[in-house]
Design a protein around this ligand. Structure first.
Ligand code: ARG
Length: 493
C-alpha cells in the first residue's frame, strides 16, 4: 500500500472508508496533467537547490517515461492507489526508489489537484471550442443555402411575420458564438496557477510559483494560497458555460424535432442522423435532436451539483472538493458526444423549402405590413394597427386572404387604404423591405452571415485559448509524454 499519509496511523484504513474516499476511479484521466505539473515542480526544486541537476534530469525523464506508459496503458492504477497523485508517486518510486519521494517537497495534493483540474479544463475547453466552431459553420452553411427561402417566423409558436430560413438558422448560431466568447473570457480567469500554494499557506522552501505558472502555460501564479486551493470558480463557470451550451442545443433540437414532424414537414433528416423503431417499420426518429434537448437536463444538473457542493464550504481545502471533478467531466464528455452529432445532423438536414414557403403568408402573417404601409402614409401606428386588425377580421368573415381583399373592401375598412397596399402583401416584398441591420431581409442576412463566418474563423484555426507550449501531452520542452488528451479519453473513438 503506497498511501501518501500513513505515518501517524496505527492501522490501515477501513475498506468502507477506502471505497468512499478513493477518487482514482474518476481522476485517473488527470494523469498527463499531473505529470506535466510534476516536471515543472522538479525544475523549481532544482533551481531552489533542493535537487541536483542530475536528480532533476532523472526525475523529469522518468516522469516522461511514466507518461508514455500511462498513455499506452502499461502503467495503470491498482487497488490501494487512492488517487491520481498516489498512483503516479508509486510509479515514480518503483522506477527511482528514494529519489521518487523527493518530488513531494513543497507541494500538497491540495495545490496539485487544483492545478491538474485547471490544466485539464483549459485543454478540454479547446476541444469544446473547436466543436462549437464546427457547429456554427454547419449552421452558416445551411443558412447560406436558404437566404431567400421564406418560412413563417413564430412567436408563441404561432405565425407572426415571415422570415427567412437562413435568418432563423443564424439565430441559433448567434447563441453558440456567445458561448465561444464565454469560453475565451473564462480562460482568462482559469489561467491562474495554484501550484506553490502547498496545503494552504504556501511554502517555507524557496519555490518559484511564477516560473511554474509560466511553464505550465498559466498567465500568473495564484495571488492567495488559501484561495488557490479552495477556489473552484473555474470549474463552476465552465459547468455554467456547458449548461448554457446545453440549453442552446436543446432549443435547436426542439426546433429540428418540430420541423421534421409530419405536421411541419419542413426538413428531412439524413438517414445517418436518424434512427428507426423496433416495431414500426416506417419510423424515422430525430434521436440526435432529442438527445440535444434531453442532455440539457444533466448539464444543468452538473452545474447545480457543483454550486451546491461549494456553498458554505469553509476555507481552505475540504474533501468535499473532491466532488468537483465528476460534474465537470460529465459536462465535457457529454458535450464532446453531443456537439459533433448535432453538427452532423445540421449539416445533412434537407429543407423541403416549399412547405415553409407555402405557410409563410398564412395565418395573416402579413398584417403588420398593412400597418407599416399606413405608418409610411402618416397614419399613427395606434390607428394603423386597428385598421390592419379590421382587415384580418373581414378576411376571416369572408374566408379571404389579405391580398384577396378588393379595392372596395379595402377602402371600406379605412379611407387611408387603397388597392396599392397589395404591393406589400407578398412574402417577398415583406422580406425585401426588411433591410435594417439584424433584420430578416436577404441583404441584411447576407451581411449577418459574413459576420458570423468571421466570428467563427476568429475562434477556429489556431485556438487562442491556451497559449501554453505545455499541453497535457507534452512536457515543458515540448516532448511528448502522452498521446492522450482529454478528447481521446472522452470515449470519442
Ligand atoms: N483526491 C483529492 C481531491 O480530488 C486530492 C486532494 C486530496 N487532499 C487532501 N488533503 N486529502 O480533492
Amino acid at each position: 500500500m503506497a498511501a501518501l499519509w500513513g505515518g501517524r496511523f496505527s492501522g490501515g484504513p477501513a475498506e468502507a472508508l477506502q471505497a468512499l474516499n478513493d477518487s482514482i476511479g474518476f481522476d485517473w484521466r488527470l494523469a498527463p496533467y499531473d505529470i506535466a505539473a510534476s516536471q515543472a515542480h522538479a525544475r523549481v526544486l532544482r533551481r531552489a537547490g533542493l535537487l541536483t541537476e542530475e536528480e532533476c534530469d532523472t526525475l523529469v525523464e522518468a516522469l516522461a517515461v511514466l507518461g508514455a506508459e500511462v498513455a499506452s496503458g502499461d502503467f495503470a492504477p491498482r487497488p490501494g492507489d487512492e488517487d491520481v497523485h498516489t498512483a503516479l508517486e508509486r510509479g515514480l518510486v518503483e522506477k527511482l526508489g528514494d529519489l521518487g519521494g523527493k518530488l513531494r517537497a513543497g507541494r500538497s495534493r491540495n495545490d496539485q489537484i487544483a492545478t491538474d483540474l485547471r490544466l485539464y479544463a483549459r485543454d478540454a475547453a479547446k476541444g469544446l471550442t473547436a466543436d462549437l466552431v464546427a457547429l456554427v459553420e454547419a449552421l452558416s452553411a445551411q443558412a447560406e443555402g436558404h437566404l431567400y427561402d421564406p418560412a413563417p417566423g413564430m412567436t408563441h409558436l404561432q405565425h407572426a411575420q415571415p422570415i427567412t430560413i437562413g435568418h432563423q438558422l443564424l439565430a441559433h448560431a448567434q447563441g453558440f458564438l456567445r458561448d465561444l466568447d464565454r469560453l475565451r473570457d473564462w480562460d482568462k480567469r482559469a489561467a491562474v496557477c495554484p501550484l506553490g500554494s502547498g496545503a494552504l499557506s504556501g511554502s517555507s522552501l524557496p519555490l518559484d510559483p511564477a516560473a511554474v505558472a509560466a511553464e505550465l502555460g498559466f498567465d500568473s501564479p495564484a495571488p492567495n494560497s488559501v484561495d488557490a486551493v479552495a477556489d473552484r470558480d473555474f470549474a463552476a463557470e465552465l459547468a455554467f458555460i456547458g449548461a448554457q451550451i446545453g440549453v442552446h442545443l436543446s432549443r435547436l433540437g426542439e426546433e429540428v424535432i418540430l420541423w421534421s414532424s409530419q405536421e411541419f414537414g419542413w426538413v428531412t433528416l439524413d438517414d445517418a442522423f436518424s434512427t428507426g423503431s423496433s416495431i414500426m417499420p416506417q419510423k424515422k426518429n430525430p434521436d440526435v435532436a432529442e438527445l440535444a434537448r434531453g442532455k440539457a437536463g444533466r448539464l444543468v444538473g452538473n452545474l447545480t451539483s457543483l454550486l451546491v457542493t461549494l456553498k458554505g464550504l469553509p476555507f481552505a481545502y475540504n474533501k468535499d472538493l473532491q466532488e468537483d471533478k465528476e460534474p465537470v467531466f460529465d459536462t465535457l464528455d457529454n458535450l464532446a458526444l453531443l456537439l459533433p452529432a448535432t453538427t452532423g445532423m445540421v449539416a445533412t438536414l434537407r429543407f423541403n423549402t416549399e412547405r415553409p414557403a407555402a405557410s409563410a403568408p398564412t395565418g395573416f402573417s402579413l398584417a403588420t405590413e398593412i400597418a407599416d404601409w399606413l405608418v409610411r402614409k402618416g397614419v399613427p401606428f395606434r390607428d394603423a394597427h386597428e385598421v390592419a386588425g379590421s382587415c384580418v377580421a373581414l378576411c376571416e368573415k369572408e374566408s379571404l386572404d389579405l391580398h384577396e381583399l378588393s379595392d372596395e373592401q379595402l377602402e371600406g375598412v379605412s379611407g387611408h387604404l387603397d388597392g396599392s397596399v397589395r404591393e406589400v402583401l407578398t412574402v417577398e416584398g415583406a422580406l425585401a423591405g426588411r433591410t435594417t441591420p439584424g433584420s430578416t431581409g436577404p441583404e441584411a442576412v447576407k451581411a449577418q452571415l459574413a459576420q458570423v463566418k468571421d466570428r467563427a474563423a476568429e475562434f477556429g484555426g489556431k485556438s487562442d485559448l491556451h497559449r501554453a507550449p505545455t499541453g497535457p501531452g507534452e512536457d515543458a520542452a515540448g516532448r511528448r509524454i502522452s498521446p492522450t488528451g482529454p478528447r481521446t479519453s472522452q470515449k470519442r473513438s
